[in-house]
Structure formats: C-alpha cells, structure tokens
Design a binder for this molecule. Structure first.
Ligand SMILES: [Zn+2]
Length: 85
C-alpha cells in the first residue's frame, strides 16, 4: 500500500494549519497513545485507549483507569513512587 503521509503522520488531518512545531508535538503524543501498551493484569501488550483515562485490554478484557493519553501519566508515576518508598 502506498504511504499517503510521508512526514506528517496522524497530523495530516490538519493540513497546512497550526504550524509544524505544534503538529510535531501532537504527532509524538498520538503515536504513543494509539500504540498497544502492557496490560498490568495479564502482562501482554494488548492495552488500548478507549476514551480519555480509560484503558481496555483486548486480551483479558480488563478495564483500567489511567492517564488521558498514556496508561501511566507522569504524575501517576510520581505518586506511585512516593507511595512505595
Ligand atoms: Zn490483560
């Protein structure tokens, strides 16, 4: 299949709008957000983002509350670190 977007990736939908810098930042976030993540329950890479803050495992069906764009937000990491210390 021919690649439609060579550089812009998921931000191709914005066309020439909003500037290249802004789009680059969004591109990086969306790349991670759409990727399959590690499920903490069955430990398989099947965790997918359903809506902001909710992650669903495609293998075991687990529903997990997490960050809006990543299963573990940087803030959550910080809190968990403090709790385990
Ligand atoms: Zn799972």
């Amino acid at each position: 299949m021919a690649r439609r977007t060579k550089k812009v990736g998921s931000t191709g939908r914005f066309g020439p709008r909003y500037g290249t810098r802004t789009k680059k930042v969004i591109r990086e976030i969306e790349k991670i957000q759409r990727k399959r993540h590690l499920c903490p329950k069955c430990e398989r890479y099947a965790l997918k983002r359903e809506v902001a803050g909710i992650w669903v495992c495609k293998k075991c069906g687990a529903k997990i509350a997490g960050g809006a764009y990543f299963p573990r937000s940087p803030t959550a990491e910080k809190i968990l670190r403090t709790l385990t210390e």
